[in-house]
Design a binder for this molecule. Structure first.
Ligand code: ATP
Length: 360
């Protein structure tokens, strides 16, 4: 990797709804501080998104925001509370609009227990690689219309979509991740029941994994996987699965590791990287200053690592590492928000991370 001469890094910032106005600025403050230590200046591009954008632009994801993102390849997406939007804005979730427009086909969701955090399964350290564009997600698996429909008021149907191309590209991301981690890939499917769809996913993953002879590859049905994650999480490293299974398993894994509030994630294509915490807008606690900013901070760190690796920018990769270390040290010192059993507010936790960064 070459030492980059870049000193200014453009980064989009989309604050979003619910706890977004609390956790996104917290994560960006930490990101700015970490970047400065690597002589990198974050050139923030703030973009309208979410409920506020409906009020100002008539759309939760205004066209002007999408056009600005065309020119960026790194951004931070806050949570959206689309269930609370007026009906005309609920057909497609804002996250799906952005993921589809920019082909962000891979959702990487790590779940790791941190020293200092009470975890149900202290030995969990898995990366769930979730296919992000297909499956049963009715708002994104059709060219026109919806994959979910009702022929009569009492009958509801959903169409699931699995393609060879999408399965292959996600399998490659998962295999590469497994090679960089502990060399173990678990393919999760439900091919005993959904034989054609998740069977195709499984078969393509097997084919791709065969190109990585250094990996240990095994398989699980999704229901068994849920049980195994609880009973013996230490046996898993990288898990590759389709969209809905990945969504459910990653929430389970996050809670096993301590809380949804520490669950980081990035959505990416081969060129673009979007940091997006795995949790939602948490409207039940929004505005109270008690949200846990860790998931957002670690998502930003992961985005820097991935984007920096794509650009071969050591300073950017190191910025991600600094954020991760400062967050981990803060948690290890038992500074934690209420979801982790602590008493720190979002602002107090953020100040503690900033202090760690200042200490170098
Ligand atoms: P979505 O479908 O948009 O992912 P969700 O229905 O899964 O959303 P969340 O918004 O993720 O729901 O919230 C689930 C629970 O986790 C809520 O009780 C919420 O308060 C809690 N939670 C989520 N994120 C955090 C956080 N950062 N800090 C503290 N608690 C959180």
């Amino acid at each position: 990797m070459n030492q980059s001469t870049t000193t200014s890094l453009p980064i989009g910032v989309l604050v979003g709804d619910g706890i977004g106005p609390e956790i996104v600025p917290a994560a960006m403050a930490v990101a700015d501080a970490a970047a400065r230590l690597e002589e990198l200046t974050l050139d923030r591009v703030e973009l309208p998104f979410g409920r506020g954008a409906i009020d100002t632009h008539g759309d939760p994801v205004p066209e002007s925001t999408l056009r600005a993102l065309d020119d960026l390849d790194l951004w931070v997406l806050g949570p959206h509370d689309s269930a609370s939007y007026p009906a005309e804005h609920r057909r497609r979730t804002p996250g799906a609009v952005i993921r589809t427009r920019f082909g962000l086909f891979a959702n990487l969701r790590p779940a790791q227990a941190f020293p200092g955090v009470r975890a149900t399964t202290p030995d969990i350290d898995v990366l769930i690689v979730r296919e992000n564009t297909e499956g049963l997600y009715a708002d994104r698996n059709m060219y026109a219309g919806s994959g979910e429909f009702m022929p009569t008021p009492d009958v509801a149907l959903a169409v699931g979509l699995i393609t060879r191309a999408a399965s292959e590209r996600i399998a490659r991301v998962a295999c590469a991740a497994a090679r960089d981690r502990r060399g173990h890939l678990t393919i999760v499917h439900k091919a005993n029941v959904l034989t054609l769809t998740t069977g195709l996913f499984r078969d393509v993953c097997r084919e791709v994994a065969a190109e990585y002879p250094d990996l240990v590859v095994d398989e699980q049905h999704v229901d068994a996987m849920a049980a195994h994650l609880v009973r013996r999480p230490g046996d898993f490293d990288v898990v590759v699965t389709e969209n809905l299974f990945g969504d459910v398993l990653s929430d389970l894994a996050a809670e096993l590791a301590g809380s949804l509030g520490i669950a980081a994630s990035v959505n990416c294509s081969d060129a673009k990287v979007m940091a997006q915490a795995a949790h939602g807008a948490a409207p039940d606690i929004a505005g109270r200053g008690i949200a846990n900013p860790v998931a957002m901070m670690l998502s930003v760190a992961m985005a820097f690592r991935r984007h920096g690796t794509i650009r071969e920018d050591t300073a950017e990769v190191a910025t991600g590492g600094r954020i991760e270390a400062a967050v981990a040290d803060t948690l290890a010192a038992s500074t934690a928000t209420a979801d982790l059993g602590g008493t720190a507010s979002c602002a107090e936790f953020t100040d503690a991370v900033l202090a760690r960064l200042a200490d170098g």
